[in-house]
Structure formats: structure tokens, C-alpha cells
Design a protein around this ligand. Sequence first.
Ligand SMILES: [Zn+2]
Length: 89
Amino acid sequence: MLEIGGSEVTTTIIVKCRIEKMKLTEMIVPVRCFTCGGLIADKWDEFNKRTEDGDDPEKVLDNLNVRRWCCRRMLISHIDLIDEFLPFT
Ligand SMILES: [Zn+2]
């Protein structure tokens, strides 16, 4: 972090607060599938945790009872980019 001027420090603090707020509300993954409208947001945390631990995504989705391919692609293809683009807002 560069401390060139007071405004940059203030901006950094605001961005940090926004990031922490986003993590608390967890509105990063879409709530519903874009195609069928099935609820997927409630499955994201467990899917993300188990796949990061090394589980096979196919088996995790089967276990979470996500059967339709449209809903499966929502979870598989989701990338958390919120931390990457928030500093530019
Ligand atoms: Zn779907």
C-alpha cells in the first residue's frame, strides 16, 4: 500500500470496509440460476469449501443434490472476482 496522499489512504480504508461488508453479506455468487431460477446461493459455501479441500466437484454437486446442468455450471464456473475489482470502484 502506498501512502502518497491523504485521499489515497481514505480510499483504501473505504475499499477495505466495502470488502469486509461484502464478505459478511456473502452476496457474491448469484442467488438463483440464470436459466431455471433454481436456488444455488445456499450451496456455494459448502461447494467452495469442499472443492478447495480437494474433493471432486462432480461428486460434491451430486451430494448437494444439484442435478440440472444449468445449475451445475453456475457453481462450477463461478469465480470470486469481488476482491479483484473492488479497488477500482
Ligand atoms: Zn438451473
